[in-house]
Design a protein around this ligand. Structure first.
Ligand code: IMO
Ligand code: MG
Length: 477
């Protein structure tokens, strides 16, 4: 079976993450966008996301425009939906990148109703929310939180406002009062925004009615999720979340569709380890609170850790290359010291933020949290990155939490609860190299056993297992 077999009779697919983001959604969005969809649409967040796109064999990281844009020359549509928060200078920069590579974007549609990330949003985000050391939640510093704050407070600037100078000026003058810690010069901001606005004017539409037309015309639609369910403002580990609802429902409503219209929602789950970047509770984190504060400190980006642990590496144009299966890394993955084991998994799976370069916190996959996500995002699951742990002698999945003398298998979003539970694990023998496997029954039996236990526990239904970053390295059940 191939991925295309999943798509028989399907008009709409959503790729959403069931954890704290960074689960490798990009690989699948990219596949469905290029091989299947007529329209790729994004409905949540902004340039806090990061996905790697390969154009003319060069890797590029896009933060705002969906991966599907590279298919524009084939007449495919790309939509930035009403639920998004858009930084115009970032958008303009990404358009420049496309220009430089000769990729057209004639079929780009930008919602008139999307909110605009303003310079004062970025300033406040950087000052208040970005640094964990200064008590922030470790946001990406892109202005996301303050932008959505203004949206909820019913004073936000939307794309449409950019084309009415008087209205824009009136709104900024009113908003200024809310940002008394900053000097906001209205004319300066408008002069900065106008050239960007002029550049995108042609693409600005009522994208909700465009989406409805696409549905009616039978166009195949891919919703490209950003972030992950546990980061959702509505369902995530509040307040350590992003400021949009990145669940299936939020992703659909962020482009003006009902989630009921999504024929195939695919919930992405990293397995058998997971990650989190930024602050907040993470019950299965290897190294616990030590790992959380270590990852919040400066000085532990990829190069720092490669040097610190003596991993041979080469400098390349785009960063640093190293052998993820270096014997030193494998030793760390199998260390008795969980803190070291966590760093080993980070190195083995190359878990460093694509937006911020920060080290991602690592831990075993949390079945309790996954069951909660399945309840909200639906049962179809895609497992990613098991190939990264080919050197692990043993792996674990959590199926319950112990709090005091009580055992529970029900997730709760509350920090007090999540900080005080001890996950109870099921251990499994390691499974070795699986990169070459192409059919489910060829996966090692202990990995299949873990998947089957995970399905029975979460109520999920694993339809795809990714065994590598290349498109071909995919097992469809
Ligand atoms: P993709 O789409 C992982 C996290 C930040 C921080 C919190 C709030 O690549 O999976 P924000 O800047 O949104 O106000 O930060 O959310 N976060 C992500 N973590 N992947 C992402 O995106 C994320 N986008 C935001 O680290 O903890
Ligand atoms: Mg990412």
């Amino acid at each position: 079976m191939g991925l295309d077999d999943l798509l028989k009779g399907v008009q709409t697919v959503a790729i959403i993450c069931n954890q704290w983001g960074d689960t490798g959604k990009g690989k699948f969005s990219d596949y469905f966008a290029s091989q299947w969809a007529d329209v790729t649409a994004r409905g949540t967040g902004g340039n806090n996301a990061g996905h790697t796109v390969v154009i003319n064999r060069k890797e590029k990281i896009f933060h705002l425009i969906p991966t599907g844009i590279t298919n524009d020359p084939n007449g495919k549509f790309t939509v930035l939906g009403n639920g998004m928060a858009i930084d115009l200078s970032v958008l303009s920069h990404e358009l420049d990148e496309l220009d430089a590579d000769g990729i057209t974007y004639n079929n780009l549609l930008i919602s008139k109703d999307a909110h605009v990330i303003m310079p004062y949003h970025i300033n406040r985000d950087k000052a208040k929310h970005q640094s964990q050391k200064k008590g922030g939640i470790g946001s990406t510093g892109r202005g996301i939180g303050p932008c959505y704050t203004d949206k909820i407070a019913r004073r936000g600037i939307v794309i449409e406002d950019l084309f009415d100078r008087d209205r824009l000026s009136r709104k900024i003058n009113e908003i200024r009062r809310e940002y008394s810690e900053q000097k906001i010069y209205c004319d300066e901001i408008i002069d900065l925004l106008v050239p960007f606005a002029e550049r995108i004017k042609y693409f600005v539409r009522d994208t909700v009615s465009e989406m409805h037309r696409f549905i009616k015309d039978g166009k195949k639609i891919l919703l490209e999720g950003a972030q992950g369910l546990l980061l959702s403002i509505e369902h995530g580990t509040y307040p350590y979340v992003t400021s949009s609802d990145c669940s299936l429902n939020g992703t659909a409503s962020g482009v003006g569709l009902s989630a009921k219209l999504i024929d195939l929602p695919l919930g992405i789950v990293k397995f058998p380890f997971m990650t989190r970047v930024g602050a907040g509770p993470f019950p299965t984190e290897l190294g616990g609170r030590n790992s959380e504060s270590y990852c919040a400190e400066e000085g532990h980006i990829k190069l720092d850790e490669l040097k610190e642990y003596g991993i041979p590496h080469q400098t390349t144009e785009g960063g640093f290359r190293y052998n993820r299966n270096d014997p030193k890394i494998v030793d760390m993955v199998n260390s008795e010291d969980e803190f070291i084991q966590g760093i080993g998994i980070r190195l083995a799976a190359e878990e460093y933020g694509s937006t911020t370069g920060r080290p991602r916190r690592t831990g075993w996959t949390d079945g309790v949290a996954a069951k909660y996500s399945v309840g909200i995002n639906g049962t179809h699951l895609v497992l990613t990155k098991p190939d990264s742990l080919s050197g692990a002698k043993e792996f674990k999945i959590a199926y319950s939490y112990k709090k005091g003398s009580k055992i529970t298998d029900t997730f709760s979003r509350s920090e007090e609860f999540l900080r005080n539970v001890t996950p109870q694990y099921q251990s499994y023998q390691g499974y070795g190299d699986i990169k070459g496997v192409r059919s489910y029954n060829q996966l090692p039996s202990n990995l299949r056993q873990a998947i089957s236990d995970f399905e029975s526990f979460t109520g999920g239904n694993v339809v795809v297992v990714s065994v590598g970053s290349d498109r071909e390295e995919t097992v469809v059940r």
